[in-house]
Design a protein around this ligand. Structure first.
Ligand code: UDP
Length: 646
């Protein structure tokens, strides 16, 4: 039955083997015995559309299953992320629809009990398919006194190992759980945290990010001393430590250059811009992010993600008559926001099912209590804020289809216009829903008065702000840009706001040299024969077709290079885009995204540390909430590096 579904999906995806395989393995409805109940994505899209319609029918002006299906069909306009795609209407699994969770201290102080509880909660969430983040800044630094037989504490690193190992234990249908560990640069152990992954094979089950404040960045760039302390936010700290900010910064840069981690989170920017933090005293104080960084969260909140396929709004793509259909886009953004709000309701139902299941588990109440309480806390906060993660994918293809070159000022200006349109349409939709369905329960105009994001909305659309003040808003925060790892395989486009990785490259496949119709291009050292074939980025083929270029011909490398040079993807790929411009583009787009943006700056192997330093500093100055770099070949076992070797 795998074969049957695979063949049907292969046809659906136009022969795209990777897309078909990923779809059948990850998203087709199956039971725990491996029986597959969906033959192609169309079945899945009807499953999702029917569920959305079921929720819609509880409210005024419901949208129909047919309307929703049209938006989902062929991943053309609206694409729910992995967790909702698998989980919606799936009665074979008791799992969450959320892609992102953050957990942490819950009123209790640093203690072994709390450390173990977080460990247990992390596993329980991963078991139900969520990505998890938590912050370690509350753990006392190495050498601090503890009131037990250990006498002094071991510091952060052993706990990082614990949480990393727990992550590696939990399998999620053929994938590992994903974990983000963060710490404040103010913490006296942050240097050890930054170095922890530098030892080969250590802490492989977690992404690590440092939360960096503006004061640290000023000290680092001006070469001044910086004071670390513990507790990090206490007016009367027990421990203080004067350090050279520049030295520590150089270490961050060096490690990121060497091994792609730590990522940096510009924490003051995150907090300053965060709307949920206007409700910090009600439990919405942001403490960490989900594994890929696009959703900063408070403890026990969650978020579900969905992407809008930007390529599909370019009319006459790759021609000189190309234009962006803003009207259709606005309409679909509004619907996407609605669908996301419907998915919040579905998630609350799912949590009820999870809790009911826990109750009937053949375990003692003692064993079940942490898990049960965990979901109780998550249900409370998800229901309170009704947070959504409406995002995009295919930014790079959209830019190319418009005839623009990624990384130019012109392209960035266009992107900003698109994201501004998106933000205003999503907020308008959330306000309209507040009218029909009610605002999120703690909405308070006054509290949000000084929030820079809200003020940007107000300035761009005073009427929208006025209506928001009158009716409230349905969702505490609405927008994000996720990496769209598998989503972009389904849409067959570039991912998130990334440029195309490579428009065209050669791959080798092993062949039997005795077969009559094979052409052996290469024989390796053990004598195996290989045939070379060309892999085109899907939208690059589109560009070829539209421009009357033969897509079947076997081109030489030189000819391929010439083709790329003629296309709008020229000097606009991950490896040759102007990186500084890319960072500035991220900062400019960030102004219209209330959560964060997940981006990786891909760099060729031969760049130096000074460049990484410039990119990180520019990211801070441009208003980015975070930044990650990946230098080609800097981490073993990363697929990207393997693919590059033709
Ligand atoms: N995620 C996860 N495990 C994975 C992939 C993703 O937990 O293997 C979570 C994580 O929080 C990440 C988010 O899902 O930040 C979104 O990832 P992505 O956009 O790549 O999702 P996809 O396109 O695969 O649905």
């Amino acid at each position: 039955s795998f074969e049957e579904a695979y063949q049907a999906s292969l046809a659906y995806f136009g022969g795209d083997e990777l897309a078909a395989r990923v779809w059948v393995n990850k998203y087709a409805l199956k039971d725990s015995f491996g029986n597959i109940f969906e033959k192609s994505p169309a079945d899945m899209h009807w499953r999702i559309a029917n569920e959305v319609a079921r929720i819609e029918n509880k409210y005024k002006n419901p949208i129909s299953a047919e309307e929703v299906f049209e938006l989902l069909d062929h991943f053309k306009y609206i694409v729910p992320a992995g967790s909702p795609m698998t989980g919606i209407g799936n009665h074979h699994q008791v799992a969450s629809l959320s892609n992102c969770f953050v957990i942490g201290l819950d009123g209790d102080a640093d203690s072994y009990g709390a450390i173990l509880r977080v460990d247990e909660e992390q596993v329980q969430l991963m078991k139900r398919r969520g990505g998890v983040g938590h912050d370690l800044s509350h753990l006392r630094p190495k050498g601090s006194p503890v009131n037990n037989s250990a006498l002094t504490s071991t510091g952060l690193v052993p706990f990082m190992e614990r949480y990393s190992n727990s992550t590696r234990e939990v399998a999620q249908d053929g994938r590992r759980g994903a974990l983000m560990l963060s710490v404040s640069i103010k913490h006296p152990d942050s240097e050890a945290f930054i170095d922890a992954k530098m030892t080969e094979g250590k802490i492989t089950g977690a992404n690590v990010s440092v939360k960096i404040d503006d004061e640290f960045m000023r000290c680092a760039t001006e070469d001044r001393e910086y004071v670390q302390q513990f507790p990090i936010d206490s007016a009367t700290p027990q421990v203080t430590k004067d350090i050279s900010a520049r030295k520590l910064w150089e270490k961050i840069v060096h490690n990121a250059w060497k091994s792609a981690e730590p990522g940096v989170l510009f924490w003051d920017t995150i907090i300053r811009e965060s709307i949920p933090d206007c409700y910090a005293d009600l439990g919405f104080r942001t403490v960490s992010t989900n594994p890929c960084g696009e959703i900063p969260l408070c403890p026990y909140d969650s978020c579900r993600l969905l992407s809008i396929n930007l390529y599909s709004y370019v009319v006459n793509p790759f021609t000189d008559k190309a234009y962006f259909n803003y009207e259709l886009f606005r309409k679909h953004v509004a619907l996407a926001q609605r669908i996301m709000d419907d998915i919040v309701d579905m998630e609350l139902e799912k949590i009820d099912q999870i809790m009911a299941k826990i109750k009937t588990d053949p375990q003692s109440d003692e064993v079940k209590s942490t898990e049960y309480h965990l979901w109780e806390k998550i249900k409370r906060k998800s229901g309170m804020g009704r947070r959504t993660g409406v995002g995009i994918t295919a930014e790079g293809d959209m830019i190319a289809a418009m005839g623009l070159r990624y990384g130019t000022q012109e392209a960035t200006d266009f992107s900003v216009e698109v994201h501004k349109t998106l933000a205003l349409a999503a907020y308008r939709s959330s306000v309209e829903m507040a009218k029909e369905r009610g605002a999120f329960e703690i909405y308070d105009t006054k509290r949000e008065e000084n929030n820079p994001f809200i003020n940007r909305i107000k300035e761009a659309d005073p009427q929208l702000y006025e209506d928001m003040a009158k009716y409230g808003r349905r969702n505490i925060a609405c927008l994000t840009i996720a990496p769209t790892g598998t989503t972009s395989l389904m849409t067959q486009t570039t991912s998130g706001i990334e440029p195309v990785f490579m428009p065209v490259y050669k791959r080798r496949r092993k062949v039997n040299p005795n077969d009559a119709d094979v052409h052996v291009d290469f024989v390796d050292e053990v004598g195996d024969s290989f045939e070379e074939y060309i892999v085109y980025h899907r939208k690059f083929i589109e560009w070829m077709r539209i421009n009357g270029i033969d897509t079947e011909k076997k081109y030489t490398q030189e000819e391929l290079d010439e083709l790329v040079a003629k296309s709008p993807y020229y000097k606009a790929t991950a490896n040759d885009v102007d990186w500084l411009m890319k960072v500035r583009m991220q900062g400019a787009i960030q102004k219209w995204v209330d959560h964060s943006i997940s981006v990786t700056i891909n760099l060729p192997n031969n760049v130096d540390e000074a460049l990484v330093n410039r990119l990180y500093v520019e990211a801070w100055k441009s208003g980015c909430k975070g930044c990650t770099v990946y230098r080609d070949g800097s981490r073993s076992g990363v697929m990207i590096a393997v693919e590059k070797k033709k």
